[in-house]
Design a protein around this ligand. Structure first.
Ligand code: NAD
Ligand code: IPM
Ligand code: MN
Length: 349
């Protein structure tokens, strides 16, 4: 079969460290990938002033998928610049309206939640990826004065809400429990919440087998900690989804394990896979970053491009590695974890 064309953006900080291990595991799966690395990120910006040239964005469109590490370096770039003009620009331009973020407690992982068996935390968060407060509209009036007024608008379109809600219903339908929870803040965000709730209720009629539920975002954070088993699939807005998935990462064993995919379900543009975490300046360059989140993102990528068996092999290698972690006396380096998982994938462990 033809090789899969993959664009890789290691980015900044631990992004480059974890992507090295992700690619190592990808190579261990098989030789079917044609990989091109892009040096986008803080160094490129510091050197050339470029964040994401239009020509590069165009070029990225030609790939089958993208793997990203993380961007952001407080020493070299103004905060938020790369986040907005590189990461969010790709998500928006490639219409990644589904930000898929599994929250799954793997056997052997230490969770801060006492007495929680792994089967109690098996959630898929379907985070909307192109709208809401991330739209970047708003403004500042009387800036710098004591009377400054800053507005930040949440844009929610019927089209944008419906397509992500539909994706979430189909996802719920495909899972054993067939349960979908809308998470929002309809009691306060009356306009946006109303659109989400009406859309959710209307699409629900087409999925009689899916059990539906609604939980406010504030209550949802509580249930993630004291009753995570109440969730199967969650559909939520961009910002709530951002926040709840860091919490999800924490309850499922840590941000070093949390994977994600920015999906364009129609394949009109390449989807982009990345760990949920950022560039972690506090541990960058110390070989302390856990590459597992990136390796699990690689598994999501494999699944997305149709290499289902290969994806399962990577997931199994991670699951086995995690069980083994319990017996490791000392913490392994980023590279050691990558080596161990890659060895399992190649069948050498
Ligand atoms: P962060 O996720 O980078 O770090 C939060 C904490 O988690 C830190 O203590 C860090 O050491 C730890 N951590 C993160 N990943 C880890 C891993 N793989 N293994 C072990 N520990 C890990 O979030 P932050 O500190 O809020 O943000 C740092 C920078 O990253 C900012 O510039 C932010 O905008 C950016 N960011 C980028 C992305 C992205 O590129 N997708 C995502 C989130 C944050
Ligand atoms: C994430 C990050 C991004 C987001 C930032 C860096 C723009 O926190 O991928 O979760 O808010 O989506
Ligand atoms: Mn986030």
């Amino acid at each position: 079969s033809r090789s899969i064309r993959l664009a890789v953006i290691p980015g900044d900080g631990i992004g480059t460290e974890v992507v090295t291990e992700g690619l190592k595991v990808l190579q261990a799966v098989g030789p079917k990938f044609d990989i091109t690395e892009y040096d986008l990120g803080a160094d490129r910006y510091a050197r050339t002033g470029e964040v994401l040239p239009d020509s590069v964005l165009q070029e990225l469109r030609g790939y089958d998928a993208i793997l990203l590490g993380a961007v952001g370096d407080p020493r070299k770039v103004p905060p938020g610049l790369l986040e907005r003009d590189l990461l969010l620009r790709i998500r928006f331009d490639f219409d990644h309206y589904v930000n898929l973020r599994p929250v799954k407690l793997l056997p052997g992982v230490a969770t801060p939640l006492a007495d929680t068996p792994p089967e109690n935390i098996d959630i898929v968060v379907v985070r909307e990826g192109t709208e809401s407060l991330y739209a970047g509209t708003g403004g500042a009036m009387r800036k710098g004065t004591p009377h400054e007024v800053a507005t930040q608008e949440s844009i929610n379109t019927a089209y944008g809400v419906e397509r992500v809600v539909r994706y979430a219903f189909a996802k719920a339908q495909s899972r054993p429990r067939k349960k979908l929870t809308l998470v929002h803040k309809t009691n306060v965000l009356t306009f946006a919440g109303d659109l989400w709730q009406r859309t959710f209720d209307r699409v629900a009629e087409e999925y009689p087998e899916v059990t539906t539920d609604y939980v406010h975002i504030d209550a949802a954070t509580m249930f993630f900690v004291n009753q995570p088993e109440r969730f199967d699939v969650i559909v939520t807005d961009n910002l709530f989804g951002d926040i709840i998935t860091d919490l999800g990462a924490a309850v499922a064993g840590g941000i070093g394990l949390a994977a994600s995919g920015n999906i364009n379900p129609e394949g009109a543009a390449p989807s982009m896979f990345e760990p949920v975490h950022g560039s972690a300046p506090d541990i960058a360059g110390q070989s302390k970053a856990d590459p597992t989140a990136t390796i699990l993102s690689v598994a999501m990528l494999l699944d997305h491009v149709g290499l289902t068996a290969e994806a399962a092999r990577v997931e199994q290698a991670v699951a086995d590695d995690i069980v083994e972690r319990l017996s490791h006396a000392a913490a392994r380096t980023t590279r050691e974890i990558g080596d161990d998982i890659a060895a399992r994938v190649s069948g050498g462990a």
